[in-house]
Unconditional design. Sequence first.
Length: 144
Amino acid sequence: MENAYLWFKALHLISVISWMAGLLYLPRIYVYHCAATPGSEQDQTFKTMERKLLRYIMNPAMIATFLFGGILIMIIAVNGMPKWLHVKLGLVLIMAAFHMMLAKYRKDFEIGQHKKSARFFKMINEIPTVLMIVIIILAVVKPF
């Protein structure tokens, strides 16, 4: 069972890293997309980049993160879930909500209805970083 746990843990970490890459990169694309003229070639390029990043990297990585994370929970929480894991799961759900918010903004850009500024996207770009730091500390240090 320990060997299986290590494999699922590795797959979970690979998934998380892939998901985080997208969560950190997509708002940065939005920063530059805000400056593109609607209907221009640059606008179309950004739309393609955003759609492919979400569809082919971020969505599968998020699903895999939840799948492998769920398997790990089933393995380690046989005798009940530790308190730190409850907090970690809450933060992961906030991260998933952030993902969905980014997906909504992509649709706004797609139809030419984005209302947020480049400054807004620069500011929210820090959210996944803060969440990631706290989640990693909880998972590694297990403070409570």
